[in-house]
Design a protein around this ligand. Structure first.
Ligand SMILES: Cc1cc2nc3c(=O)[nH]c(=O)nc-3n(C[C@H](O)[C@H](O)[C@H](O)COP(=O)(O)O)c2cc1C
Length: 162
């Protein structure tokens, strides 16, 4: 069985985490940008990992993606975020889902995370069984990831099929 890792990322931090998580997962893993991800989960996928940056205390929206691009984020990622992708998603029975996000370390005490928002959507829409949610931290809006976060992401990936 296969793992699908879907990420959204404006400066590459969430993509780096996605690839590190994928490194840690046993067996075949495909890592896909949310803009190119299938909206119907293939039948051989039994674990979906979905991650995005936290914007305004949750998953990105069109307005926050526009702000990110204004601040120098990758313009091709403005159209679709994990919120829109999850809204359009059809899944397979028995799918396990793990969610993650990246967040600014300076405001880590503030509530709200894209990972928790995505997990809520997965549960409410009965898209799968949420097995875990995790946050990884960046120094500022464009990054970089805090020291040790790539290793922590790989270690988290190892737990997802154990
Ligand atoms: C419009 C906007 C809103 C943001 N809001 C939050 C927030 O509410 N909480 C937070 O921790 N980080 C916030 N951030 C920082 C992002 O989480 C950070 O840019 C992201 O983790 C970088 O990952 P990426 O390179 O994959 O886009 C925000 C960034 C932008 C551009």
């Amino acid at each position: 069985m296969t793992t699908l890792v879907v990420y959204e990322s404006f400066w590459g931090n969430t993509e780096t985490v996605a690839r590190a998580v994928a490194d840690g997962i046993d067996g075949p893993v495909e890592v896909v940008d949310v803009g190119k991800a299938p909206t119907a989960i293939p039948g051989d996928v039994d674990l979906l990992v979905v991650g995005g940056p936290t914007h305004a205390f949750g998953m990105t929206r069109a307005t926050t993606r526009h702000d990110a691009v204004d601040q120098g984020g990758e313009p091709s990622h403005e159209e679709t975020g994990i919120r829109e992708w999850l809204a359009a998603l059809t899944t397979v029975p028995g799918l396990d889902v793990a969610t993650f996000d990246t967040r600014a370390a300076a405001v880590r005490r503030l509530p709200g995370s894209a990972a928790r928002g995505a997990a809520r959507t997965v549960s409410h829409k009965h898209l799968g069984h949420v097995v875990d949610s995790e946050s990884f931290y960046v120094e500022g809006t464009p990054g970089p990831l805090l020291e040790g976060e790539v290793e922590r992401a790989r270690a988290w990936g190892r737990t997802l099929r154990s």
